[in-house]
Design a protein around this ligand. Structure first.
Ligand code: ZN
Ligand code: ZN
Length: 290
């Protein structure tokens, strides 16, 4: 029997939280790292650069809070939006371009695919993201791309901010500092690095590797968005839905596509219903000629 708690928040949380063990571990890692980096920059690095609070340090803090809110806010919204075909009444007759999903025992519209991690068909499924434990898709593409944008901005910012501080803590470019950077645990256990140096080297490596990963992902998904393609369509070189970059951005981010980067709760209604998508003139003319 379901309790009131189970019927409400807990059931909803079960829907959007990662389901597989691998996704749960990756998601927990992401959440811990985001908060650890925020703490590290705000309470370790910033006070080393500005010893006293001043206008510049307040501007840095305001910027970090802005990036943090947009990162976490878009991450939460990306996971919280229903991306499944289950949110629609699906036709019992197989329409042209649709396919039958044996797992869901239902007809699925064009561009939708069954996700084995999410356990259901996803509307305009772009790909399954292990770190968020959810699919990036028609309904949440806006939040996913803006989340990647702020992860990338945060990554570039933290690596620039860290440079002088990490250089000082590590004691410049020496054999010991290079070994501590690449094998901090070994150097700490061997007594060659202090606990503080160990922590700083771990944080700077996380910022470097995480930053490079975020930038690559953001570049790849920006390309997909500007071309209006899913990962499957990109790999198969399908360009039927490419309407030009401006319309493609409107398709992905909604009618207020220019403003979505400002705040995750800013409304930007999506075009269409996720079941049908406009195709470009090349495809519509080819259909006419048939
Ligand atoms: Zn399915
Ligand atoms: Zn998925």
């Amino acid at each position: 029997m379901e309790t009131a708690m189970d019927g409400g928040f807990a059931r909803r949380a079960r829907q959007f939280l990662p389901k597989s063990r691998g996704d749960k571990v990756a998601f927990a890692f992401l959440v811990v790292i985001i908060h650890l980096i925020f703490y590290f920059e705000q309470f370790r690095v910033l006070p080393e650069i500005y010893h006293e609070p001043c206008l510049a340090s307040y501007i840095h803090t305001a910027f970090m809070v802005f990036v943090y809110i947009n990162t976490v806010g878009n991450l939460f919204m990306m996971m919280n939006v229903d991306t499944t075909t289950g949110s629609h009444v699906l036709p019992s007759i197989l329409k042209p371009g649709w396919h039958f999903c044996a797992s869901c025992e239902a007809n699925a519209p064009p561009r939708s695919f069954h996700c084995w991690e999410c356990g259901t068909c996803i509307l305009k499924r772009i790909h399954h993201c292990t770190f968020t434990g959810n699919c990036a898709a028609w309904a949440n593409q806006r939040y996913y791309i803006v989340f990647l944008l702020y992860m990338s901005i945060g990554a570039v910012y933290t690596n620039i901010m860290n440079f002088d501080y990490v250089w000082d803590v590590m004691g410049g470019l020496t054999v010991t500092s290079i070994l501590t950077m690449f094998a901090p645990l070994v150097m700490w256990i061997a007594g060659q690095a202090k606990a503080h140096t160990f922590f700083v080297s771990i944080m700077s490596m996380v910022c470097l590797i995480g930053g490079a990963f975020s930038l690559v992902l953001f570049y790849y998904h920006s390309k997909l968005t500007l071309l209006n393609r899913t990962v499957f369509e990109f790999n198969k070189r399908i360009s039927d839905y490419d309407l030009g970059w401006q319309q493609n951005l409107e398709q992905a981010f909604g009618t207020r596509w220019q403003l979505v980067w400002l705040f995750p709760l800013l409304p930007s209604p999506l075009l269409g219903n996720g079941l049908e998508f406009p195709v470009n003139s090349d495809v519509s003319e080819a259909v006419k000629d048939m």
